[in-house]
Design a protein around this ligand. Structure first.
Ligand code: NAD
Ligand code: ZN
Ligand code: ZN
Length: 332
């Protein structure tokens, strides 16, 4: 099969022939129908993820059809249309038993722990725990986003940040994660302020429900109940922690490979909450899919660009210089 192969960190990968994944017991192999280009793929390519072993195939935000079913997998058949949380949980540890598959210590992530979805086929381990059946009316491009960024933001807004109607929410960074968060928080009835340096991203944020857009945070004062770092920026985190009202919640979604500076005195004195958010488990998908079916959420609107596998290496490398507004989907 053809796949995007990283041979060296930071060097533009190649598209070349590699062996198809084999189907292991408990796993399925999917024909990749669509896969998203997420900034986490860029972090992986840059060498920020210690789980990656080179050579490597990235890609973790995906939707596909089942091409092979491993021994012991029940209820799934070749041809079924599916997505999966990028965090493939084991289903048999204490965290999984408690419903916290997003922090499963045995988790395997396609495109990080093993070869991912920037390819014609990808394996999904622990299939029984992680496969999510797609409604017929949901197209593969839209469904791919549910594998990482849209679902991550759904959990971050609804389950971790617990955004309530009428609250003021600030979303820092309006890429795939941030625009999803804007849409989901606005649908929850929040007053959303969107921050991004790219005017085109801010225009999309306004379309998806932001009532205010900011191209800079310099000199800007706000009174926020909840802030989301949807980029991964120490500077933006400083602003977030400054504009949070007493007992405000900060949700960290963006990766911070160089760490972050925290004013712990203010955290204590104002009882601010610093919350991490990581993906969303498969069992939480039905509620989100219902919101999509009812038209309260429209993840299809986030997609602004569809590219081929051959265009993917350049698009991945171009993330070093910025992000085109909206979500990019790859159709291998
Ligand atoms: N926690 C999780 O489970 C999880 C899941 C998915 C992605 N992530 C991480 O979330 C982050 C966002 O991912 P993405 O794919 O949405 O990224 P993206 O590249 O699509 O979006 C980043 C946005 O930030 C904007 N931006 C850049 N510099 C800025 C600045 N100084 N001020 C304001 N805005 C700025 C860009 O214009 C862009 O719109 C990444 O760090 C990614 O690795 C985490
Ligand atoms: Zn991702
Ligand atoms: Zn587990």
């Amino acid at each position: 099969m053809r796949a995007v192969v990283i041979e060296k960190y930071g060097v533009v990968p190649e598209v070349r022939e590699v062996p198809e994944p084999e189907v292991a017991a408990g796993a399925v192999v999917l024909k990749v129908e669509a896969t998203g280009l997420c900034r986490s793929d860029w972090h992986g390519w840059m060498g920020h993820d210690s789980d990656i072993v080179l050579p490597h195939v990235p890609g973790h935000e995906l939707a596909g059809t089942i091409a092979a079913v491993g021994a012991g997998v029940e209820g799934w058949q070749v041809g079924d249309r599916v997505t999966t949380p990028f965090i493939c949980a084991c289903g048999s540890c204490a965290e999984c038993a408690a419903g916290n598959q997003q922090v499963c210590p045995n988790q395997l992530q396609p495109g990080f722990n093993y070869w991912g979805s920037f390819a014609e086929y990808v394996a999904i381990p622990y299939a029984q725990v992680n496969l999510v059946r797609l409604p017929d009316e949901l197209d593969f491009g839209t469904a791919a986003g549910l594998g990482c960024r849209f679902a991550t933001s759904y959990r971050a807004v609804r389950q971790v940040g617990k955004v309530e109607a009428g609250e003021t929410v600030v979303v820092y960074g309006c890429g795939g994660v941030g625009l999803s968060a804007v849409m989901i928080a606005a649908a929850a009835g929040a007053r959303v302020v969107a921050v991004d340096t790219n005017p085109a991203a801010l225009q999309l944020a306004a379309e998806y429900g932001a009532v205010e857009t900011l191209s800079t945070t310099v000199g800007v004062d706000l009174d926020a109940h909840v802030t989301f770092d949807a980029l991964g920026s120490n500077d933006l985190v400083q602003h977030a922690l400054r504009v949070l009202r007493p007992r405000g919640r900060h949700v960290q979604i963006g990766l911070l490979p160089s760490g972050v500076q925290l004013d712990v005195s203010r955290l204590i004195g104002q009882e601010l909450q610093w919350l991490g958010s990581h993906g969303m488990p498969a069992h939480a998908y039905p509620e989100m899919l219902d919101q999509v079916a009812q038209g309260n959420l429209n993840p299809a609107a986030l997609i602004t660009r569809t590219i081929t596998l051959d265009e993917t290496p350049a698009a991945l490398a171009a993330l070093s210089d910025g992000t085109p507004a909206g979500v990019t989907i790859i159709t291998p």
